[in-house]
Ligand binder design. Structure first.
Ligand code: GLY
Length: 401
């Protein structure tokens, strides 16, 4: 009976939410109700069933362009987000078809636990196996996650005080660290708690401290890439790869930093990380180029503003981070962060950014920018935009309950 009721409510949500987004879903007021969050989670679940039907065995969805699903290998940095989304949807709806779809996809990533050629193992393994292990802990998953943390740790250079983001571990001339790397530290903090081996947390904390010292400008924006001398640890130069200019504030990078330092505060309770997160939030929220709907341009200094492309992924990451940061803030900041997250979630849930039921191949959000400079995945849906959108909705739900 329960199952039947659940099924009927999904069908009705599909009809009423998927086809005709509710008035509440389109308003930009800062009001978020439990009902509104639930409606968006339910319609997300229905939409992902469309995506699930198209993802062939052995591949992961990357985006949807020219009416076609584009897929990527399980070794791609974005591979963990699709199974992560399925786990979120299982968690929020209880519908086991998401869990059943997630398992073989996650298994495709098993061998990545030994991949020492990327810093993205945190994204890849913690968003997939990490979320799976949270809802159904198993020794096997733990071992895979621990091996992943071990592999990631091999990229740490004590002289630099960072994990190498890009490049070969044997490169003795350049050691590149990107702000995105903050996101991979959560896996190490988990591994430290799980094993009691402080080497994992030492690496994460040292990386966060070095990044705090060298990646940030006086206005609290961050460079995308800092290049170190791997032999001496000296900074060689500070540049961009995905931003508009070396001196610009690449939007997703600012969101990664905000999320990363908020997470490091949660894990360590070290006040300096909390202060850093507040400073980043201040830069973003006071930025004259942040539009009223709070969906950033792909770079806060992008050429052509106000006609530059928006990046929904940056907004989704920011919303999720601000909801968490609100929990560690005084009443007035907490209200400000939640209001901003709420405006973002309303914007992302409006027809401007949320794909209509059955459209965009079944992805949730339109209008993200993968890499503008490489002309790769520009103004398209992306699984990590969906991931942080779902996470933000679920985080908001948990503070409303
Ligand atoms: N490296 C992750 C990103 O493009 O944001």
């Amino acid at each position: 009976m329960k199952k039947l009721f659940f099924y009927l409510s999904c069908v009705l949500s599909t009809i009423f939410i998927g086809c005709f987004p509710s008035k509440k879903a389109t308003n930009t007021s800062s009001e978020v109700s439990l009902n509104w969050v639930d409606q968006n989670l339910q319609s997300s679940a229905q939409q992902y069933k469309v995506l699930m039907k198209q993802v062939h065995e052995g591949m992961m969805p990357e985006t949807f362009v020219d009416g076609k699903l584009k897929t990527c290998e399980p070794s791609n940095w974005i591979a963990g987000f699709y199974p992560g989304n399925l786990i979120f949807l299982f968690e929020t709806t209880g519908d086991s078809s998401f869990y059943k779809e997630a398992l073989p996809k996650i298994t495709l990533m098993e061998r990545e636990q030994y991949n020492k050629g990327t810093h993205d193992l945190g994204f890849m393994m913690y968003c997939s196996y990490g979320n799976l292990n949270k809802i159904s802990p198993e020794e096997k998953y733990k071992e895979i996650l621990l091996n992943s943390a071990r592999s990631l740790s091999t990229r740490f250079n004590p002289k630099v005080g960072c994990i190498r983001s890009w490049g070969n571990s044997n490169d003795t001339t350049e050691f590149k660290v990107i702000i995105d790397n903050m996101m991979n530290l959560e896996l190490l903090m988990w591994a430290a708690k799980e094993t009691g081996d402080n080497n994992f947390s030492h690496i994460a904390i040292t990386h966060a401290n070095t990044t705090m010292e060298n990646h940030f400008r006086p206005d609290n924006s961050s460079y995308h890439v800092v290049i170190y001398n791997p032999k001496t640890g000296e900074v060689i130069k500070k540049v961009t790869a995905q931003g508009a200019a070396n001196s610009s504030a690449w939007a997703r990078g600012q969101s990664w930093g905000l999320y990363g330092y908020t997470m490091m505060y949660r894990e360590t309770k070290d006040k300096k990380y909390l202060e850093q997160a507040h400073k980043i939030a201040e830069f973003i929220l006071n930025n004259p180029h942040l539009p009223a709907d709070k969906i950033p341009y792909w770079d806060y200094d992008a050429p052509g503003i106000p006609n530059a492309k928006r990046d929904a992924s940056s907004a989704a990451i920011m919303a999720s981070a601000l909801i968490e940061l609100s929990k560690y803030s005084n009443a007035s900041l907490s209200k400000k962060y939640l209001n901003t997250a709420s405006v973002i979630l309303h914007s992302l849930s409006s027809p401007q950014y949320r794909a209509a039921y059955g459209k965009e191949g079944g992805f949730l959000l339109k209008h993200s920018v993968g890499n503008m400079n490489a002309n790769a995945d520009v103004d398209v849906p992306l699984p990590y935009a969906d991931y942080y959108y779902l996470e933000a909705l679920m985080r908001y739900k948990s503070i409303l309950q």
